[in-house]
Structure formats: structure tokens, C-alpha cells
Design a protein around this ligand. Structure first.
Ligand SMILES: Nc1ncnc2c1ncn2[C@@H]1O[C@H](COP(=O)(O)OP(=O)(O)O)[C@@H](O)[C@H]1O
Ligand SMILES: [Mg+2]
Length: 373
């Protein structure tokens, strides 16, 4: 390794699949040096998942959860250090997203837990966290953070005639780059989250590996149209959402108001897969003057769902080239954690993050607070 400073990024997405820890060095583009994924213990996962459906928590439980998650995040960072035989002094900072347990743009507040003080003390590395509240204090949505980072991944040729970067995690979000215009970014709605929950309930699988189950039957077009009537989908950007809005109960409520017979679990899964594709497609066209961008780079675990990717290509047509973030130098499952390392670096340098056009904040702000070891 050369002497350039190293950073660690910690990401805990809405899928609750794992804590991702990455080691990054920044040259012209970020260089991913190592990636460790630490699965959540099942009881912790169950508690967090239940919070999506009913966001009610005694303060004693809140405190306990924030501490336990802080330990989990610190363990992921320490596993990465051990795996690389790296002394903490070599790392300038950790950027930790924390687990979102409540995101409320209407209240101007977003709550991430997994306390950074614990991460800093357990690792011996300064830890940057709480990246959303500065933007919200300036009237912004506090989300998505990704467009500013995505911009740094693009060279001129990667996006000459405009492009979209699409992250398909539990929830899906887009960064849209149009020539000569400010970047736009927003959450389109469900990514893998609804499909994951259905797979766990009906197929004893954590997720639909490679989209094989969804591929086995066609989506139900009427049910798809019914799902798409949720007003979130038609609303203009900027907008953000979470698993607190799109979860099993949301599906159950939509099915309750569906006038036809309930679909089989397989048809439902195939339709939810198409819902992710169609909501992405509708939102992209709505914000991009009715057309698909010429290039799209997909990332997040959804990029491994072959059925989803094929259906996206079908919706886009031949005029759009769809690849993954691998072509931009970062593997799809490491982009979000790499972004956290980048945000830590920008915070230490006190550089504002260019998000006002995305989140609707009054201005760009330096994001996050710093905890020392
Ligand atoms: N091989 C695969 N086939 C299909 N889906 C996959 C595969 N690998 C991962 N996924 C999906 O990606 C999800 C994790 O994606 P991730 O980007 O980590 O989301 P988040 O940021 O919400 O944690 C899994 O829950 C699963 O739905
Ligand atoms: Mg994840």
C-alpha cells in the first residue's frame, strides 16, 4: 500500500442483510482495497425489521439498540482491520451511516442509530456520522446522499450524453445526470425489500437468488397497475422513502383493495419484481423528459437479480446501455459503503457536499459530526 491516507466506510442498508465495511484509498477515483460483510445476528435483525412496521420504541430500548448496533459496526470495522493486518493509525477516519430507524423529512429529522462514540472508542479511529441532519436543518429531504458521490465516479466519457446511476437495495434510488443541468436524485420506492420479505414468508429463502423464482411466472399487469396507484410513485422529485412505507403490510393493504382474486405467492413475487422495474422506469422518464438516459449503471444487491436486470433492459429498449458500477471502478455491493468513506474524508476536509439541487436544501452544507477515539 502506498502512503496515501486510508478511510473506512460502514454501511447498514434497509435490507438488513449485513453491515458492509470497506477500506478505501482515494486517487482520481476511489480504490477499493478490501470489503468485509458482517451479517446481522437474527434477534437484532428481527427487532429492526419490526420497527419498520411499527416505529414505536421505549427510550430504554432505543438506548440499548443504539449501543448494540454501535458494537456491531465497530466489530465490522475491526474485522476489516484484522483481515488486512492494518494498524488503526493508518486509517484517517471511519464514515458510518448507521441504521435508519426513522426518516421524517416532514418533521425535518432523520434518526440513525449505532452510536459513533462506540465505533471511535472500540477501533481507535475518528468516526464521522449523522450525515443527514445538516441538510434537513436547511430544509432538505436529507436523502438521497448518493448523487454527490456518484458524480465523483463519472469521467466525462462515462456520461457524455447523460446517464443514470441506479442503486437497488431494500429501497431503490436514482441519480440522474443530464447534460448542462444540475444532478437530480430521489428514491423511486421499493427495491428488493418487498421481494425479500415475500421470499422469507413463503419460500424459506432470504431473497430470490438471481431472480429465478420471479422468472418462473409472468407478472400480473392489473395487480401491477393497482400497486402503482400508491401516490408516492407519481409524486415529483425530490422525494425520499423507506421500509417504514414499503413493507409487507403495504402489500397486504394494496391486496385488500384489489378487486380480483388474490395472486399466488409466485405471481405476487414476479409482480413485485416488475413493480421495482416499472416504478424505476416511470420515474426516470418523468424526470428525464419522457426518454430513457442512454447509459445506466446499476448497483446494490438488486444488480445480482438477473430477472430484474433483464426486465430493466426490456423496459429501456435497445437505445439504452445498462451496465453495473463495476464499469465505474466500484463493485455493486461496495458502492454505498465506499460513499461513507468518501463522506468521512469530505467532512474532515470541511468540504460542503453538493446536494442542494437534489434534496431541496437552501444550500450545500458540510455534513456530519466527528467523534474522536
Ligand atoms: N445473487 C442475488 N440474487 C438476487 N438478489 C440478490 C443477490 N444478492 C443480493 N441480492 C439482493 O440484494 C439485497 C441486499 O442488497 P444491498 O445493496 O445490500 O441492500 P441494502 O443497501 O438495502 O442493504 C438482498 O437482500 C437481496 O435482495
Ligand atoms: Mg446491505
Amino acid at each position: 500500500m502506498n502512503d496515501k491516507p486510508l478511510y473506512i466506510g460502514l454501511m447498514t442498508g434497509t435490507s438488513l442483510d449485513a453491515t458492509d465495511a470497506v477500506l478505501v484509498r482515494f486517487d482520481e477515483r476511489p480504490q477499493l482495497l478490501a470489503h468485509v460483510s458482517l451479517p446481522y445476528p437474527q434477534p437484532l435483525r428481527d427487532k429492526l425489521m419490526a420497527l419498520n412496521r411499527a416505529p414505536q420504541l421505549a427510550l430504554s430500548e432505543f438506548a440499548e439498540l443504539s449501543r448494540t448496533l454501535g458494537e456491531q459496526l465497530a466489530a465490522a470495522a475491526n474485522a476489516l482491520l484484522a483481515n488486512q493486518s492494518l494498524h488503526p493509525d493508518r486509517v484517517s477516519a471511519i464514515g458510518s451511516h448507521g441504521q435508519t430507524i426513522f426518516h421524517a423529512p416532514e418533521a425535518g429529522m432523520s434518526l440513525q442509530i449505532g452510536h459513533p462514540a462506540i465505533i471511535a472508542k472500540r477501533t481507535g479511529i475518528p468516526t464521522v456520522a449523522d450525515f443527514r441532519v445538516d441538510d434537513m436543518a436547511l430544509g432538505g429531504e436529507g436523502a438521497p446522499l448518493a448523487p454527490a458521490f456518484h458524480q465523483t465516479l463519472l469521467s466525462e466519457t462515462d456520461c457524455a450524453a447523460g446517464c443514470a446511476l441506479i442503486n437497488i437495495g431494500g429501497i431503490a434510488n436514482i441519480s440522474l445526470f443530464r447534460p448542462g443541468q444540475p444532478v437530480l436524485g430521489w428514491d423511486t420506492g421499493p427495491g428488493n425489500g418487498l421481494m425479500d420479505e415475500l421470499c422469507q414468508q413463503h419460500f424459506q429463502k432470504p431473497y430470490d437468488a438471481d431472480g429465478q423464482l420471479a422468472a418462473s411466472t409472468s407478472p400480473d399487469p392489473d395487480l401491477l397497475a393497482h400497486f402503482l396507484q400508491d401516490p408516492y410513485f407519481a409524486g415529483p422529485a425530490p422525494k425520499s422513502t423507506g421500509r417504514d412505507a414499503f413493507h409487507t403490510q403495504w402489500v397486504a393493504e394494496r391486496l385488500n383493495t384489489y378487486s380480483r382474486p388474490a395472486p399466488s405467492p409466485l405471481t405476487l413475487l414476479s409482480t413485485l419484481n416488475q413493480l421495482t422495474v416499472q416504478s424505476l422506469s416511470n420515474a426516470l422518464k418523468q424526470e428525464n423528459g419522457g426518454a430513457w438516459p442512454k447509459k445506466m449503471y446499476v448497483m446494490g444487491g438488486g444488480s445480482r437479480n438477473a430477472t430484474l436486470m433483464q426486465r430493466l433492459q426490456k423496459a429501456a429498449g435497445d437505445g439504452t446501455e445498462i451496465g453495473t458500477s463495476e464499469q465505474l471502478g466500484v463493485p455493486p455491493e461496495a458502492v454505498e459503503a465506499t460513499m461513507m468513506a468518501w463522506l468521512a474524508r469530505e467532512r474532515l476536509a470541511q468540504r460542503p457536499i453538493a446536494l442542494a439541487s437534489v434534496t431541496g436544501a437552501q444550500r450545500n452544507a458540510v455534513l456530519g459530526g466527528v467523534w474522536l477515539p
